[in-house]
Design a protein around this ligand. Structure first.
Ligand SMILES: [Zn+2]
Length: 68
């Protein structure tokens, strides 16, 4: 009698769930880590989206204009 064991984990398809992209906001420059500006209303963790001439928070709508 031969026991046939089913092969485990072969047919399982790994779902590529998108992780938080927060880490993308961090840039490593040399040995320094800089982060994008976060929203003063939403607090740290809510980064402002960078546009050509302004920073915009998609959560509360806060906009900060960049000065030259
Ligand atoms: Zn905000």
């Amino acid at each position: 009698m031969a026991d046939k064991k089913p092969v485990k984990g072969q047919s399982k398809q790994k779902k590529n769930k998108k992780p938080s992209e927060r880490w993308k906001k961090y840039k490593v420059q040399g040995d320094k880590v800089t982060a994008d500006k976060h929203c003063p209303k939403c607090g740290p963790g809510n980064f402002l989206g960078t546009h050509k001439d302004r920073l915009h928070c998609g959560t509360c709508g806060y906009t900060e204009f960049l000065k030259k």
